[in-house]
Design a protein around this ligand. Structure first.
Ligand code: ADP
Ligand code: MG
Length: 140
């Protein structure tokens, strides 16, 4: 399995409830290493840019409002098959459909306030990591 990096975001519902450590424990238990991490407050422009792929979706406005409703923690996770592994640990977008033991099953409040973002392909992971991190902020 190839060693990969993926972009993760602990969303405002996680920072608000002070459960970032609990979520990070899930990543680490799954063999993912947090090799870059910072707490940031996204501007509306940054959130719109980051989620530009969803611009035409009916939930876009709600999603952007939520992502700027509090601080987030942006992270680079590293490990074997990190992109798919992280999606597995996150669970389905809708927490009511997420498997037992996943982050979203345990912590998400709703389909919108679902605690974590994770890149969905290696190519998107590269672009999303570059959106938030410079190379010297990632220490493997
Ligand atoms: P994922 O985060 O699992 O990759 P998507 O890329 O489809 O899911 O959607 C991005 C984010 O938009 C979701 O994580 C969630 O916060 C929000 N979202 C998705 N679908 C809905 C919906 N039907 N209603 C409200 N928010 C949604
Ligand atoms: Mg997605």
């Amino acid at each position: 399995m190839a060693n990969e990096r993926t972009l993760s975001i602990l969303k405002p519902d996680a920072t608000k409830r002070n459960i970032t450590g609990k979520v990070n424990a899930k990543f680490e238990a799954a063999g993912l290493r947090i090799v870059g991490q910072k707490r940031v407050f996204l501007s509306r422009r940054e959130a719109e840019q980051f989620y530009a792929v969803h611009k035409a979706r009916p939930f876009f406005g709600e999603l952007v409002d939520f992502m700027i409703s509090g601080p987030v923690v942006v992270q680079v996770l590293e490990g074997p098959n990190a992109v798919a592994k992280n999606r597995e640990v996150m669970g389905a977008t809708d927490p009511s459909k997420a498997d037992a033991g996943t982050i979203r099953k345990e912590f998400a409040l709703s389909i919108g306030e679902n605690t974590v973002h994770g890149s969905d392909s290696l190519e998107n992971a590269k672009n999303e990591i570059a959106f938030f991190f410079s190379e010297c902020e990632i220490v493997g």
